[in-house]
Every structure is written in structure tokens, then in C-alpha cells.
Design a protein around this ligand. Structure first.
Ligand code: SF4
Ligand code: SF4
Length: 156
């Protein structure tokens, strides 16, 4: 019997909490994709490749700790160019840091959705194409997180 009372009390508390936030919302998240929270400086998102700068040294693929970056060698060529498998990438940024030519860059894009595992494989040609946030492409409003004394966090 006491466990029933305890459970009932828990349910009442849950309903009251729901009602409280219905009257006075304290949400710190934003509606996506209507709003887009801008990632901070230095955020490590999807990688962009600049083939015109690349000297095909292969350092990026060598340093990758996740086996996500590998060199794609075209038929008839001796040196390859880097491509990324996002199934493996841990967004550590080592490949970008080690590149002597600044031929790789970490963008802030992090919200692209894929419908198959194959789509997560980016050979050099695909890696060289500018990736964009689908929310921004749809015209999302950019907001930034701001510290709020009362709520802890808000976006403006
Ligand atoms: S960010 Fe890290 S895990 Fe991803 S491809 Fe570069 S080195 Fe590999
Ligand atoms: S480290 Fe830079 S220059 Fe070397 S292969 Fe990778 S992208 Fe090209």
C-alpha cells in the first residue's frame, strides 16, 4: 500500500512540474530548424578540403587516430588526396592541425542529416564541396547562447 501512495505522490509531483512549466516556461533549448544556435569559435564541425592548396603529402591520413581519413589514389596517379568517412570521424581536428598547407579546415557545420551510411563517406571531390547547415539554408534565425542570472541560459 505504501508503494502505491509513493507512486501516486510521484505522479502528482510530475503533473505539477508540467503545469508549472506550462505557465512559466523555462526552456533553454531553441526550436530547430526555425532557430540556429551559432557554435562558438573553434567549434569542430565537418571538414572542408581545399584541393588547390594540397601537396598530397598524406600527413592528414597518417595522423588520423580513428582511421576516418584516408588517401584516395586515382588510377594512373601515384599520390592520393584525402577523403573522410564520417562514420568513424571523432572530430578531433588532428588532420587539420597537421596539414602544412592549410588545405583542410574544420567548419562549424554539424547538423547535416544523412539517410544512409554510404552518404557519410566523403571522397576528396565531395570533401571539397562547401557544406552548409540545412537549417541556415532554410532561413533559420541565428541565435547565440547568453548567460542569464535567473534561468542560467537564454538565446538572443
Ligand atoms: S577530425 Fe580527427 S578523426 Fe576526423 S578525420 Fe580528422 S583526424 Fe580523423
Ligand atoms: S596534410 Fe594537407 S597537404 Fe598533406 S595530403 Fe593532407 S590535406 Fe593535403
Amino acid at each position: 500500500m505504501s508503494s502505491y501512495v509513493k507512486n501516486f505522490g510521484g505522479h502528482v509531483r510530475a503533473v505539477l512540474t508540467g503545469l508549472k512549466y506550462l505557465v512559466k516556461p523555462n526552456r533553454i533549448t531553441v526550436y530547430y530548424p526555425e532557430y540556429y544556435v551559432e557554435p562558438p569559435e573553434g567549434y569542430r564541425g565537418m571538414i572542408k578540403y581545399y584541393p588547390e592548396k594540397c601537396i598530397q603529402c598524406g600527413l592528414c591520413a597518417m595522423i588520423c587516430p580513428a582511421g576516418a581519413m584516408k588517401m584516395y589514389v586515382k588510377k594512373g596517379e601515384k599520390k592520393g588526396r584525402p577523403g573522410v568517412n564520417y562514420q568513424r570521424c571523432i572530430f578531433c581536428g588532428f588532420c587539420v592541425d597537421i596539414c602544412p598547407q592549410d588545405a583542410l579546415e574544420m567548419t562549424k557545420v554539424h547538423d547535416v542529416a544523412f539517410s544512409s551510411l554510404e552518404e557519410l563517406v566523403f571522397p576528396p571531390e565531395k570533401l571539397a564541396v562547401e557544406v552548409q547547415s540545412p537549417a541556415l539554408l532554410r532561413g533559420a534565425v541565428k541565435v547565440k547562447p547568453v548567460f542569464d542570472e535567473e534561468r542560467g541560459l537564454r538565446h538572443e
